[in-house]
Design a protein around this ligand. Structure first.
Ligand code: DAH
Length: 319
């Protein structure tokens, strides 16, 4: 610092000197000026260097996020925009709560799965064309973002096998996000939600399954509903059914206006066997259906693409 002060003094002196140029004889002024400028440049360079050296020593780490002092006003806080839960998440909670009230446990599905759980454990024969019917995406490593929540059946059956042997029943629902590589339009999304149900006991039957499903839909839509089934085909159930409800008047339905809500059936013996459950001793039923469709009917939405659109006006209506 001392050196820096001396240099600055010297610079001042030089400037004073320079002011005296008029007193110098005209023919000597050029030489006088040249020498002064050289000297000045040298001193300026040394000042710059001394200043840089001083900085190196004095720089302290600064916390730029810290409020710098009690005497300064507090920084202005910007009003935050109030967000809200995504409507599908709210509805998914309602769905699982209804099943929980009926005694079902809830297990979440996973978002990356494999060929084994997507098809093999569900009794899809190798190279069976039904495998293509699910329009699965695949990662470069050959993993599969699940195309239905049924991918969880084998895991759930294995995980709750002990409980089944102890209590005599296994009752689980699996909500989850699913993915299909299909053309997107008002009724098809590449990403949507499903909820799977799995029930196993020694003596359960199709009538109980239909009772549970009817109860679920009546609770969800808060009214009595007419239901109907028609035969379906899934490799993992035998027999398989498509389950429909009559669109209620309050939701814009006319008499006889039946909507397919989910697929269901008695769990195929091979599916139980693959999870280490003896199909001679136990029977089960299972179902799986889209949550998006369920919610669309409840709120009279006509386009499934709203859910994944990030459209704030749409989301705010549910806020
Ligand atoms: N996973 C089927 C689908 O997405 C739906 C389904 C049908 C699930 C029958 C089931 C079932 O558990 O038993 O098309």
């Amino acid at each position: 610092m001392v050196e820096l002060d001396q240099l600055k003094q010297e610079l001042k002196k030089l400037n004073v000197e320079a002011g005296k140029i008029r007193e110098i004889a005209v023919e000597k002024r050029a030489e006088f000026g040249r020498k002064l400028n050289l000297r000045k440049r040298e001193i300026l360079a040394r000042i710059a260097e001394a200043e840089r050296a001083a900085l190196d020593v004095e720089v302290q780490p600064i916390d730029v996020t810290a409020w710098s002092g009690v005497n300064e006003p507090l920084p202005e806080l910007y009003p935050t925009l109030q967000g809200s839960r995504h409507p599908l998440m709210t509805e998914l909670d309602r769905v699982t709560e209804i099943y929980q009230m009926m005694g079902f446990e809830v297990v979440e599905s996973q978002q990356l799965d494999d060929e084994y759980h997507m098809f093999d454990t569900l009794n899809f024969a190798k190279d069976h064309p039904a495998r293509d019917g699910y329009d699965t995406f695949r990662t470069e490593e050959g993993l599969i973002p699940p195309a239905h929540t049924s991918t969880m059946q084998n895991r759930v059956l294995k995980r709750y096998r002990k409980q089944l042997e102890g209590r005599g029943t296994l009752a689980v629902v699996v909500p989850g996000r699913v993915y299909r590589n299909e053309d997107v339009d008002a009724t098809h999304e590449h990403t949507f939600y499903q909820c799977e149900g799995v029930y196993v006991s020694r003596d359960c039957n199709m009538g109980q399954m239909l009772g549970i499903l009817k109860e679920f839909f009546e609770k969800y839509y808060e009214q009595k509903l007419n239901i109907r089934t028609q035969p379906g085909y899934f490799p993992f159930t035998e027999p398989s059914l498509e389950f429909m409800i009559e669109k209620p008047k309050s939701l814009g339905g006319k008499k006889g206006d039946f909507l397919e809500m989910l697929g269901c059936g008695m769990i195929h013996p091979n599916v139980l066997k693959m999870a280490g459950i003896d199909p001679e001793e136990y029977h089960g039923f299972a179902w799986g259906g889209g949550i998006d469709r369920l919610v669309m009917l409840r709120y009279g939405l006509d386009d499934v693409r709203y859910f994944e659109s990030g459209n704030l006006n749409f989301l705010r209506e549910f806020g």
